[in-house]
Ligand binder design. Structure first.
Ligand code: FAD
Length: 499
């Protein structure tokens, strides 16, 4: 496929504006004209406030400095995610899943070694919180920014106001030349080669060579018009609903650089600290709790049961992905291509990966059915890999206080995940080799799998005292080393205030 000269992005949520920004960055100087259409009658989903480190690369690619976008989006730094209450059998039923970098190489190796020793039944502390630098930054409310900056930074993520992120990208893209049309698409003009134009309710028709479907859960072009099948994840992931409630933030120095994802009775609640407020929400299964009871439970958890002035938003979620993300002349991005619930805040990174990979593929010059097929396979692999990792969180819970948690333990397991768990449970198996053989590190490298499995305490009872012959890393030394390393980083509030 030659680089398309007329690109129409339908949808003005985060997905639409991220796609328009990336396409413009790569192809505007090669003659592509990009038009984004968004409806003023159909709103954006307006949630999605946590990222992975890939958002850092998104801004770096577009040469947008943190000082330019972070204050506008009330953004904060994110060192990782804390998972309290997903287990009930450990002394400390909380663990931290950090973003890791080269800085963690030594302690990370020690962590993996100690976990492998623990898998043999030897009694040794393997809570991830002791081994990773960003766990210490999060605990001590430090940012991932060094006091004395070096060339190589840590990998880290962000928390941000998603509406404002969309607005920021919109303003910038329009300024750079992306055409913007406000209108609702009513008629889609297509044939067996794909879509050739969209007609708005005002009667205006917009032609295009390539159409990007960023219409959210509606998936107007890819699913509704081109009838691309949807592969549901509902057998593996039971949640289908969410509630979002903002609360006031505390003082500047209380802003924590971590997301908290706490298990509740029929799902889990997120707390995402922004500069001006906390984003909170409850992701749950409507089979186990009514929306009213879920809202009451979330309000109690947040301590705002009496606050009728704070309104909640209820959202329905459809978990799964399309069979083909690129079909004929349509590329799906964002919720229109799929969604795997927000437990690890991966949706924006999927948008970014899809668009960047599409650009690379087109620039390689071929557009035959095999190229599209391969592209779709690769994106499917990414979605399924995230699904497996997220679904492991549920499989590994050890709570016994509700049918929801018990049923999650017994829910269907994707084939690859079953093999991963079998390998972990078998003390003779080389777990890292299994991950490689299964190509299970597409989205989550082995440290993340170790954090998840060790953090959830997926071990047989420790029956043997550690013999002299088995060498392990001293946990207290590592913990202390990480604490010392953390002293080189700026307090979160200082980094946010650019001090
Ligand atoms: C509960 C929840 C929590 C989440 N948390 C995270 C998170 O922490 N991190 C993360 O990365 N992601 C998260 N996400 C996902 C994230 O919110 C989305 O991936 C992201 O906002 C992109 O949404 P979107 O742009 O695809 O869709 P939307 O925001 O729904 O935008 C759809 C757009 O399409 C337009 N449109 C639709 N139909 C038409 C039409 N006929 N004509 C014209 N325009 C039309 C609408 O006007 C709108 O502009 C979360 C999602 C949910 C549901």
């Amino acid at each position: 496929m030659a680089i398309p000269k007329k690109i129409v992005v339908l949808g003005g949520g985060s997905a639409g504006w991220m796609a328009a920004s990336l396409l413009h960055h790569s192809w505007a100087n090669k003659g592509a004209e990009i038009t984004l259409i968004e409806s003023d009658l159909i709103g954006v989903v307006g949630v999605g406030e946590g990222s992975t480190p890939s958002l850092k690369y998104f801004f770096e690619k577009l040469q947008i400095a943190e000082s330019e976008w972070m204050p506008f989006c009330n953004a904060t730094y994110k060192c990782g995610i804390s998972f309290p209450d997903w287990t009930s059998h450990l002394d400390e039923n909380e663990y931290f899943h950090p973003f890791y970098s080269d800085h963690d190489w030594k302690t990370g190796q020690a962590f993996i070694h100690n976990c492998n020793v623990r898998r043999q039944g030897f009694d040794i502390q393997t809570r991830p919180n002791h081994y990773w630098l960003q766990a210490k930054l999060a605990k001590n409310k430090l940012s991932p920014k060094l006091k004395q900056p070096q060339n190589k930074e840590l990998d880290y993520g962000y928390h941000f106001d998603s509406q404002r992120l969309g607005e920021f990208l919109k303003k910038r893209a329009i300024k750079l030349g992306v055409k913007h049309i406000i209108g609702t698409v009513e008629v889609i003009n297509n044939d067996d080669k794909g879509i050739h134009s969209l007609t708005l309710s005002c009667g205006k028709t917009i032609n295009g060579e390539l159409f990007v479907d960023a219409t959210g859960f509606a998936s107007l072009l890819l699913q509704k018009t081109l009838k691309v099948p949807f592969i549901s994840y509902k057998d593996y992931l039971l949640n289908d609903s969410a509630i979002a409630i903002p609360t006031e933030t505390l003082t500047d120095d209380d802003i924590s650089p971590q997301t908290v994802s706490r298990a509740l009775s029929a799902g889990w609640a997120w707390t995402i600290p922004l500069r001006n407020r906390n984003g909170n929400g409850y992701v749950y299964s409507s089979k186990y709790i009514t929306p009213e009871d879920a809202e009451a439970e979330l309000r109690t958890y947040l301590g705002i049961s009496e606050r009728t002035d704070i309104k909640a938003r209820h959202i329905k979620m459809r978990l799964g992905r399309v069979a083909k993300h690129w079909h004929l002349n349509v590329l799906g991005v964002g919720l229109s291509q799929g969604f795997i619930e927000p437990l690890e805040a991966t949706a924006l990174s999927c948008i970014q990966y899809t668009v960047e990979h599409f650009i690379e593929t087109v620039e390689q010059g071929s557009n035959d059915a095999t190229t599209q097929e391969q592209f779709n396979q690769e994106i499917n692999t990414v979605y399924d890999a995230i699904r497996d990792y997220i679904s492991a969180h549920y499989r590994l819970n050890t709570r016994d206080d509700s049918a929801y948690w018990r049923d999650n333990r017994g829910a269907a397991s994707p084939e690859k995940l079953s093999k991963i768990l079998m390998s972990w449970d078998d003390s003779d198996s080389q777990f890292e080799s299994t991950l490689q053989q299964l190509n299970a590190e597409v989205m989550y490298f082995s440290p993340s799998w170790y954090c998840l499995l060790a953090g959830k305490g997926r071990f047989n009872e420790a029956t043997h005292a550690l013999p002299q012959s088995v060498k392990v890393a001293n946990v207290a030394d590592i913990d202390n080393y990480c604490e010392q390393q953390a002293l080189h980083f700026k307090p979160h509030y200082q980094a946010l205030n650019n001090e």
